[in-house]
Design a binder for this molecule. Structure first.
Ligand SMILES: NC(=O)c1ccc[n+]([C@@H]2O[C@H](COP(=O)([O-])OP(=O)(O)OC[C@H]3O[C@@H](n4cnc5c(N)ncnc54)[C@H](OP(=O)(O)O)[C@@H]3O)[C@@H](O)[C@H]2O)c1
Length: 498
């Protein structure tokens, strides 16, 4: 097998955990299969669970086979890259053993440290690595990948950054947001900046509003304890993923696709978001919590009944916000962000509604009105672009109806890459464009901090919504009397004559 790429070692802290076993190691397998890992790349897994090199290799082989990987030859050669080091990340001896491993393994000059661990451990790991001189770049590069969340509010993000700054340069830190690695999210950039067709319309003169929805049917699964204490829909989804999507949609064309050019533009958008007026919060931000209900014919329990959720917890499993980007292009255009667990369907989508033409020239059937133009971008599960426009119904009468131009982005024979594959490769290649710079993270926390603080002081419970619904009905309040409504699906019925 022909392998290209940069020599390095990949060290994964938290290798026995959910993220590493379900996403990172499968993504590295795919990079190996595609010949993107240099021959001498070794991958060291670290965790507290005791494994030998042999038992670790068997464990990962079994997992990859169970995930559907069939090519035995490629799998065997991938497994040969794996090694394991057991120990606690709060124990100084562990870093001595790690330094020895790094010294003993051919690619000692370039090392990626992936922190697939609880954020409480980020500082311990950084200090442990620094104590063994493992972050020093005199002989080769040292990169650290940090999972979200980066802090749990603005203040804690600042404190974390302050601790990291002592040992790492900003260029060494890769703050990952896997949402930005999704094919469709990157496709916004191509749709916007590799075509001229959208750009003239992409502003307050033609766009009525934009909705960004991320809906899940799952609940908190095995993460209830963590989610209840440190999560919630705003911290878990909006501060990171949905604000990133908003920034990519709203930003000005960057001068190039270089990391700093792209990130400069995203930061400008985040900084232009109008601070939320907390005295009007009930019309700008809605929080909810799922109660028992039915999803796909299956009864599911409410959030408060989930194991490890504190009795009477106020943690929101649903949030919807109305934001304004106060700049020349977007002033006055609302951006509605909505996310929730245990909702009716699993889907992520961007829905852009255009304004009405200045005159209504065509007759409508009694009681019918013109339907608006929508541009819909499906992120998951449908990776699609859909445009809804008005056309004449065939026949002697002048009736109109909405027709749909629908395109799936990928071809059936094309394999869609997983977000982590591309991002892990970017780290190897030193491409930071899709990773978050500290000022982006800070700006995103500044947007949501006032909401989190106001909700923390609010003694009322989040609004309950039955599992299997689209969240609390009160989320409609964000639209006021504008006549707008949530766009729940890519596939709303548009076939009726209007
Ligand atoms: N899971 C996801 O899909 C996902 C998505 C986005 C972001 N994230 C983020 O990714 C990180 C990891 O999430 P996860 O779901 O994989 O967590 P997880 O399943 O709980 O795994 C945690 C890992 O950390 C290790 N660990 C914990 N304490 C340790 C210590 N003191 N010393 C050494 N190792 C220790 C555990 O090792 P042992 O079990 O062997 O002790 C395990 O490998 C978190 O920051 C999370 O927010 C996860």
């Amino acid at each position: 097998m022909k392998c290209t790429g940069v020599s390095h070692a990949y060290v994964i802290f938290g290798a026995t955990g959910n993220l590493a076993t379900h996403k990172l190691l499968p993504a590295l397998y795919q990079l190996h299969r595609m010949g993107q890992l240099a021959n001498d790349v070794e991958i060291l897994g670290c965790g507290r669970t005791e494994f030998t090199q042999d038992t670790w290799r068997i464990e990962i082989r079994t997992l990859l086979v169970a995930s559907g990987i069939k090519d035995d030859e490629v799998l065997t050669s991938f497994i040969q890259r794996l090694d394991y080091l057991a120990g606690s990340l709060t124990d100084a001896h562990f870093y001595q053993s790690l330094a020895q491993w790094v010294g003993d393994n051919g690619s000692e000059n370039n090392v990626i440290f992936y922190l697939s661990i609880s954020p409480d451990l980020y500082v311990d790991v950084t200090e442990g690595l620094a104590a063994e001189n493992l972050l020093n770049e005199s002989a080769g590069w040292r990169r650290m990948v940090i999972e979200k969340p980066f802090g749990h509010d603005l203040q804690s993000a600042r404190e974390l950054q302050h601790r990291l700054d002592k040992h790492l340069k900003e260029e060494q830190i890769y703050r990952i947001d896997h949402y930005v690695g999704k094919e469709t999210v990157q496709n916004f950039l191509v749709l916007r900046f590799d075509n001229l067709i959208l750009e003239p319309l992409w502003n307050r003169h033609y766009i009525d509003h934009i909705q960004i929805t991320h809906a899940e049917t799952v609940g908190v699964e095995g993460r209830a304890g963590y989610y209840d204490k440190s999560g919630g829909a705003v911290r878990d989804m909006i501060q990171s993923h949905l604000l990133q999507v908003l920034a990519l949609l709203a930003m000005e064309p960057p001068v190039s696709m270089e990391a700093e050019a792209l990130r400069d533009e995203k930061v400008k958008v985040l900084k232009s978001i109008r601070p939320l007026d907390t005295s009007q919060l009930s019309t700008l931000a809605i929080r909810g919590q799922y109660a028992a209900g039915v999803i796909k014919d299956e009864s599911v329990m409410g959030y408060l009944q989930e194991k490890d959720v504190a009795p009477g917890s106020h943690t929101e499993t649903f949030a919807a916000l109305k934001l304004y980007v106060d700049n020349w292009r977007w002033r006055g255009v609302p951006f509605y962000l909505r996310t929730g667990k245990r909702l009716k369907a699993r889907h992520s989508m961007i829905a852009v509604r255009f304004k009405e033409p200045p005159m209504d020239l065509f007759p409508r059937a009694a009681g019918k009105k013109r339907l608006p133009n929508w541009l819909l971008l499906g992120i998951q599960p449908d990776d699609a672009v859909r445009m809804e426009i008005s056309a004449k119904v065939p026949g002697v009468e002048m009736n109109t109806r909405q027709i749909v131009m629908n395109a799936t982005i990928g071809q059936p024979e094309e394999r869609k890459s997983e977000a982590y594959e591309e991002l892990l490769l970017d780290v190897i290649q030193g491409n930071r464009a899709l990773f978050l710079r500290y000022d982006e993270v800070k700006a995103a926390w500044s947007v949501v901090d006032p909401i989190l603080q106001a909700w923390e002081q609010d003694e009322q419970m989040p609004l309950q919504y039955p599992a299997g619904s689209w969240g609390p009905k009160a989320a409609d309040r964000l639209f006021g009397d504008s006549g707008r409504d949530w766009r729940d699906s890519l596939l709303d019925d548009t076939s009726n004559p209007t």
